[in-house]
Design a protein around this ligand. Sequence first.
Ligand SMILES: NC(=O)c1ccc[n+]([C@@H]2O[C@H](COP(=O)([O-])OP(=O)(O)OC[C@H]3O[C@@H](n4cnc5c(N)ncnc54)[C@H](O)[C@@H]3O)[C@@H](O)[C@H]2O)c1
Length: 262
Amino acid sequence: MQDLLKGKRIVVTGSASGIGWETAKILTDQGAEVLGIDVNKNFDHVEEFYRADLSDPRAIDALIDVLPDGIDGLVNNAGLPPTRPAEQLIAINLLAVKRLTLGLVPKLRDNASIVNVASLAGFGWPQAVEAIRASETLDFGGIKDFMLTHNITNEGGRSYFFTKEALIVWTMQNRWTWRNRGIRINSVSPGPVNTPIIGDFLETLGARAEEDARVMDRPGEAADIAPVIAFMLSDLSQWIRGTNIPTDGGMSSNILCEMHGL
Ligand SMILES: NC(=O)c1ccc[n+]([C@@H]2O[C@H](COP(=O)([O-])OP(=O)(O)OC[C@H]3O[C@@H](n4cnc5c(N)ncnc54)[C@H](O)[C@@H]3O)[C@@H](O)[C@H]2O)c1
């Protein structure tokens, strides 16, 4: 398919590496004007690049001010792996996504599409509903207290899992928030993908990662994920709303079948 995104202006966070880099590339190839955001400078495949540290709420607010109007798509992709401090993970993988999205809504065109890059790690969200509900009012200043109250640490990658669980739920909750303007929100959940942070996942998950590697035919590549994000930004997916799209080589189905003895 060609020109799937012709004339669309799309913001991509974490555009300097991995899935975000590949997404910027395919969006540009499909005719979009890509506005890239990252803490690391990289001008590949972007029309404009904005350097910003999304762990800082003031930097997010400044971005919201300087980004242009007329945005047709927002890809919330920037994220840290489970080896990084839990406080940063909650700030970047969850709170920054919410703050940037809510702040940019007035600059989105009608019928815009928002795509959150979650993870197979968010699959277990039904077991975390209490903490997820408590995180609805969480802001950057309250992260430490929240972690203590809900026992969210890096042990076994829990902080990373929590951020992705909460992101999948927030996406569902906002299925119809901007329906009167045709604006929709969905998440895409990759399984293990060969990017610079894959080693961090292997280190954190240990035996679980070895088991994943045993059952999978191959790890994913960024090029397996980016076309799905492109489709979710395109007008072809207009009736997909508030849902999570596993893009994981069959891993989430494998977990479900094993869980239910099917
Ligand atoms: N690689 C995997 O196995 C995998 C699996 C599931 C989900 N994901 C998710 O995919 C997304 C992209 O990950 P990736 O594998 O491409 O990793 P990556 O490290 O290659 O890319 C992440 C990008 O986010 C940027 N970033 C990190 N912190 C930032 C900050 N504070 N401000 C601005 N930019 C920041 C980084 O500089 C980097 O360019 C993440 O949200 C990650 O959780 C990855």
